[in-house]
Design a protein around this ligand. Structure first.
Ligand SMILES: Nc1ncnc2c1ncn2[C@@H]1O[C@H](COP(=O)(O)OP(=O)(O)OP(=O)(O)O)[C@@H](O)[C@H]1O
Ligand SMILES: [Mg+2]
Length: 329
């Protein structure tokens, strides 16, 4: 079972603090949508509003075109995996997974069949009789996923489910999750502040900023054509560089360019190297141009204090913080 999700001008405040401001969003049936945003931006609040445990102040939540805004959480058929997993600590793995089915009034045989099936899919059959407190972080995460998936929900919401895992396990879990979503074909709304997760998991990424979706699209599109200077700064391992347009003959604009949108050694812009970091993909040189911090990717190593020269191969033009013209080469 899968579904399309639609949010129409959803607003939510806590006392005087407005967290969601008329936020609208459409998630396609079977899509893996990642909601990316800095800490405290309202990502969890958004998921809690969709699942129905946080009443909204205004706007609508539609699942397959049906208005569920005033429906209680247990009548929405939406499952959520919480960041801390929220497993029942006194119960076994089996009982944790069986719990939502028991609540829904399934027969014993049906419960047993479904629990074993999902345990097999998530490779936790061996742990079924174990108490959840004895599990590793990775296993707990699987149990939380199994418990959410077992009911065959229409929509599947995940709140930073991998953030408690160490880097190696997280990497493997990411791949498994992506495969699982493809196989099941479920609609996933996945919240994270981790850009690498957004990049590897998402069909589309929606970036949350100041209570609204700043931009939605593929990661590549957002990375290459951030619609605002804020997003260019936020997205990517390195912020987009911005310089005054008059430096390259584009008066009245801010010129934005990624670290590798340059041609090294050609005159045009020059500065003094402040730092040169070696990485797997070359060197990252930090310098200052017209009072702005700039980072460019180079193929050779520079000494601190040496001169670095480059010209721009491509750039985006921004006016009043907004993208006016896409990549110009
Ligand atoms: N129950 C609540 N009562 C009052 N304020 C709240 C409540 N829940 C969230 N907030 C506030 O709303 C804002 C958004 O919180 P939320 O937890 O949704 O952010 P987040 O993007 O999930 O952050 P993080 O990345 O740290 O998990 C924060 O300023 C938070 O303090
Ligand atoms: Mg959160």
């Amino acid at each position: 079972m899968t579904a399309k999700l639609e949010l129409v001008e959803v607003s939510k405040s806590f006392r005087s603090k407005q967290v969601l401001k008329k936020l609208s969003l459409e998630v396609e049936d079977g899509e893996f949508l990642v909601i990316l945003g800095p800490s405290g931006m309202g990502k969890s609040t958004l998921l809690r509003s969709i699942v129905g445990i946080e009443p909204v102040d205004g706007g609508k939540v539609l699942v397959d075109g049906e208005d569920v805004t005033n429906r209680p959480a247990n009548k929405r058929n939406i499952a959520m995996v919480f960041q801390n997993y929220a497993l029942y600590p006194t119960m076994s793995v089996y009982k944790n997974i069986a719990f939502p089915l028991k609540m829904a009034g399934y027969t014993r045989d049906k419960i047993d069949k479904k629990v074993r099936e999902i345990a097999e899919t998530l490779k936790i059959t061996e742990a079924l009789s174990q108490n959840v407190t004895t599990l590793s972080g990775g296993q707990k995460q699987r149990v939380a996923l199994a418990r959410a998936l077992v009911r065959d929900p229409k929509l599947f919401l995940l709140d930073e489910p991998l953030s408690n895992l160490d880097a190696r396990v997280r990497y493997a879990a990411r791949q498994e999750l992506k495969t699982l979503q493809r196989e099941l074909g479920h609609t996933f709304v996945y919240v994270t502040h981790d850009q690498a997760e957004a990049q590897t998991l998402a069909d589309r990424v929606a970036v949350l900023h100041n209570g609204n979706i700043e931009q939605i699209g593929t990661y590549e599109d957002l990375y290459e054509h951030p619609g605002t200077e804020w997003l260019g700064d936020f997205l990517g391992d390195y912020p987009m560089n911005f310089i005054n347009g008059s430096l390259v003959g584009k008066d009245g604009y801010n010129v934005g360019f990624r670290t590798n949108w340059i041609s090294e050694g050609k005159a045009g812009l020059k500065s003094e190297v402040e730092l040169c970091q070696a990485t797997d993909v070359g060197y990252f040189v930090s310098c200052t141009i017209d009072g702005k911090p700039i980072v460019v990717q180079t193929s050779r190593k520079y000494k601190i204090g040496a001169e670095v020269k480059f010209s721009l191969e491509r750039f985006n033009l921004y006016k009043d913080g907004k993208l006016e013209e896409g990549t110009t080469e």
